[in-house]
Design a protein around this ligand. Structure first.
Ligand code: 3PG
Length: 306
C-alpha cells in the first residue's frame, strides 16, 4: 500500500493535518506523521518505507532521499523548494513539487505586521510614522509580491515593483509602477520587501551597493530567505547609516551582533512564521496531499520543479 509521510519539524495546524490525513486515506493510501523531530536521524528512520513525502522547510537532502528507496514524490507544502536536493531527487527518479501561491497571503500579511511594528517604534509609545504615502518596492512580483502590492495599495502606499520574469504590462495592469532595474527599485523606495527565491544567482545578491542607495529611513523587509542577503554588507550598512532598519522572518546569522549594536533598528521573528496560519497550513497542506494523490493515481506532474 502506498505510504505517505508528513514530516514537519514545524507542524501544520491540527485542522490542516486532519484534512491532509482524510485526503490520503480517502485515496486508499497509508498516512504517517513525524512532527517536531529534533534530530535528522528520526527523519532518516521515518522515510525508509515511504512512497511519498510532504515537507515544509524540512531538509530533503541527499541523505534523506537515499534513505527512502521507495520514494517517488516529495511535495514541499509551500513556495520555496531550496530545501530539496533536486539533483539527487532527479537522479533517483523522485518527483519534487511545491504548492505555489497557497501560503502567499499569510506571508504578505506578516510583511505589514512587521512594518507597522517598526514604523510605530516597536510599540514603545515613542512617536512613529505612517505607511501612507511612503514608497514601497516589491522585489519580485510573484505570488507573495502581488499580495504585498495589493495590501500596500490599501495602505495608500506608492507601490513599485521589479521583476525581470514578469511582463511589464502585467504589473502595470495591477496599478503598480514598474522599475526597469533592481538598482532603480532600491534607489526609489524607502521600503523594500524581498520576494526572491534563494538560488545560485540570488544568494548574497542583496548587497551594499543596492542597500546604500536606498532613500532616508531605509527599511528592508525579508520574508524570503536569509541566504539572499550579503550579511557582511548588511553589517556595513548598519554601521554606515543610522537610519537603516532590517525586519526579517528569518533571523540572520549575524543576529547577535545586530541585536547588541542596533536593537531598535531590527526585528526578527522567533521562528519563521510567515506561512504559519490556519489558512495557509490548510491551503498548502491540502494542495500537497491532492498533488500526491494526483501524481500516484494519474501521473499528474503539475507543479513539478525538477
Ligand atoms: C515558503 O517557502 O513557502 C515559506 O518560506 C514557508 O515556509 P514554512 O512552511 O517552513 O513555514
Amino acid at each position: 500500500m502506498t505510504k505517505v509521510l508528513v514530516a514537519t519539524e514545524k507542524p501544520f495546524a491540527a485542522t490542516a493535518l486532519t484534512q491532509i490525513r482524510q485526503i490520503i486515506e480517502d485515496a486508499g493510501f497509508r498516512f504517517a506523521v513525524l512532527e517536531k523531530y529534533t534530530h535528522t536521524d528520526q527523519l532518516l528512520e521515518a522515510v525508509k518505507d515511504v512512497d511519498a513525502l510532504i515537507i515544509r522547510s524540512d531538509l530533503a537532502n541527499k541523505a534523506v532521499i537515499e534513505a527512502a528507496p521507495k520514494l517517488k514524490i516529495i511535495v514541499r507544502a509551500g513556495a520555496g523548494y531550496d530545501n530539496i536536493d533536486l539533483e539527487t531527487a532527479t537522479a533517483h527518479q523522485v518527483v519534487a513539487m511545491n504548492t505555489p501561491g497557497q501560503n502567499s497571503n499569510a506571508v504578505a500579511e506578516l510583511v505589514f505586521g512587521m512594518m507597522i511594528f517598526q514604523a510605530r517604534k516597536q510599540f514603545t509609545g515613542k512617536t512613529g510614522a505612517e505607511l501612507r504615502g511612503k514608497k514601497i518596492g516589491i522585489h519580485a512580483y510573484g505570488n507573495v509580491g502581488k499580495y504585498v502590492a495589493a495590501i500596500a495599495k490599501g495602505f495608500g502606499m506608492d507601490v513599485y515593483a521589479f521583476d525581470p520574469f514578469v511582463k511589464k504590462e502585467e504589473i502595470l495592469a495591477d496599478g503598480i509602477k514598474v522599475c526597469e532595474s533592481v538598482e532603480e527599485l532600491y534607489q526609489t523606495c524607502q521600503y523594500v520587501s524581498l520576494h526572491i527565491p534563494a538560488n545560485a544567482k540570488t544568494k548574497k545578491s542583496i548587497n551594499y551597493s543596492l542597500l546604500s542607495t536606498m532613500p532616508k529611513g531605509a527599511t528592508l523587509i525579508n520574508t524570503a530567505r536569509k541566504e539572499v542577503i550579503d550579511e557582511n554588507d548588511l553589517l556595513k550598512i548598519f554601521a554606515d547609516r543610522s537610519d537603516f532598519t532590517y525586519l526579517s522572518d528569518i533571523e540572520p546569522d549575524c543576529k547577535e551582533e545586530l541585536a547588541a549594536k542596533y536593537g531598535d533598528r531590527i526585528f526578527f521573528t522567533l521562528k519563521k512564521m510567515g506561512a504559519q496560519t490556519d489558512e495557509a497550513n490548510m491551503n498548502a497542506g491540502v494542495a500537497a496531499a491532492q498533488q500526491i494523490v494526483g501524481f500516484i493515481k494519474d501521473g499528474n506532474t503539475r507543479y513539478k520543479v525538477n
